[in-house]
Design a protein around this ligand. Structure first.
Ligand SMILES: NC(=O)c1ccc[n+]([C@@H]2O[C@H](COP(=O)([O-])OP(=O)(O)OC[C@H]3O[C@@H](n4cnc5c(N)ncnc54)[C@H](OP(=O)(O)O)[C@@H]3O)[C@@H](O)[C@H]2O)c1
Length: 314
């Protein structure tokens, strides 16, 4: 059954964040009146606290739970405890609060970091439990993975319509470029930009460059989440990805080429590579709710670089 979103009250936690802003835009583009969408900020409603979860879900029909503390390998290594605790508490309490007030649908967001370190390529949803995640992001990935357990258990016991999506690494304009917490694409764009400004003869990149990643343009991810909200109502988790795969070495060279930087790339092998390979099987999302990523990787990357460069100049 397809849910008509237009007459629903929708809470988007983390709705002012990188992905959240795009999800709100995608809902509005579907015809949901902006006043029907709640986007509480953490400064007003910190959902690590139970009473704020109760307040946040009151009067809502649908919850799209995107709020999280996130970051790249560096941030995950520095904050494994808070990443575990905060993500777990926000999710677990919000689902319980939503169930208690009779929310009609809960969309929980997982992450590719929930997959085992050595998952057969492409990652299939059915392989989610075949091993422990890569150590640098395991506390974050596992905290978010508990939401899948909770969604399935609540569906079984309370007939609660909770679905669980697993987005791959996202990128796009508006991404977080703070070097303390950024993911690999914004981190590399900033490094190359800074090197160009300083006329530096080389950049230093983390790891060996041999790991691979899949990337999904943020607007495509938002579209996938909205389609799933409308059309998916099953206990099985669903990957949200693009199906592409690129090595970090090739990615770094591509960013240098797109930014017209001709210096040397030095690899700092004392820094971790993270998970060896990442590439999702994206067939379930297409089969179940018709989601297929649209944005070609190089086009999306150019848009991200242009956005960052223009933002620096203003
Ligand atoms: N970015 C990726 O590559 C990626 C990949 C896979 C999955 N995801 C998932 O996608 C979701 C969104 O990620 P993102 O990259 O858009 O992150 P983001 O830009 O950092 O947004 C996260 C939002 O969470 C909110 N938040 C954090 N702590 C909160 C708290 N205690 N109470 C209430 N709100 C809180 C923040 O709200 P304020 O701004 O008001 O503080 C922030 O806007 C997350 O669930 C993440 O795990 C992201």
């Amino acid at each position: 059954m397809i849910i008509d979103l237009q007459n629903k009250k929708i809470l988007v936690t983390g709705g002012a964040g990188f992905l959240g802003g795009r999800v709100v835009d995608a809902l509005v583009a579907r015809g949901v009146p902006r006043e029907n969408i709640s986007v509480p900020r953490s400064s007003e409603l910190d959902i690590r606290k139970w009473e704020n979860c109760e307040a946040a879900v009151r009067g809502q029909d649908i919850i799209i739970h995107l709020a999280a503390v996130v970051g790249g390998i560096g941030a995950n290594r520095e904050h494994p405890g808070s990443f575990f605790y905060e993500n777990l508490m926000m999710g677990v309490q919000l689902v319980e609060a939503a169930r208690l007030v009779g929310v009609k649908k809960f969309v929980a967001l997982g992450t590719v970091c929930a997959y085992p370190k050595f998952t057969p390529i492409p990652f299939k949803e059915d392989d989610l439990w075949v091993g422990y995640p890569e150590e640098t992001n395991a506390p974050y990935g596992l905290a978010k993975k508990m939401l899948l357990v909770q969604a399935q258990a609540y569906r079984q016991e309370y007939n609660f319509d909770a679905i669980y999506l697993l987005p791959v690494n996202l990128y796009g304009p508006g991404d977080n470029f703070d070097p303390k917490s950024s993911h690999v694409i914004p981190a590399l764009i900033k490094k190359v930009y800074d090197a160009k400004i300083a006329h530096a003869p080389f950049i230093e990149a983390w790891g060996t460059g041999s790991a691979s990643r899949e990337f999904l343009y943020v607007d495509d991810a938002a579209e996938g989440i909205v389609l799933a909200t409308e059309r998916y109502d099953k206990p099985e988790p669903v990957n949200i990805g693009s199906g592409m795969e690129i090595s970090i070495k090739d990615l770094t060279e591509l960013i240098c080429r797109l930014m017209d930087y001709h210096g040397e790339i030095r690899w700092d092998a004392t820094k971790p590579d993270g998970q060896p390979r990442r590439s999702l099987d994206v067939s379930r999302a297409e089969k179940e709710f018709g989601f297929k990523a649209k944005t070609d990787f190089e086009t999306g990357l150019k848009k991200t670089i242009d956005w960052y460069v223009v933002d620096r100049k203003n």
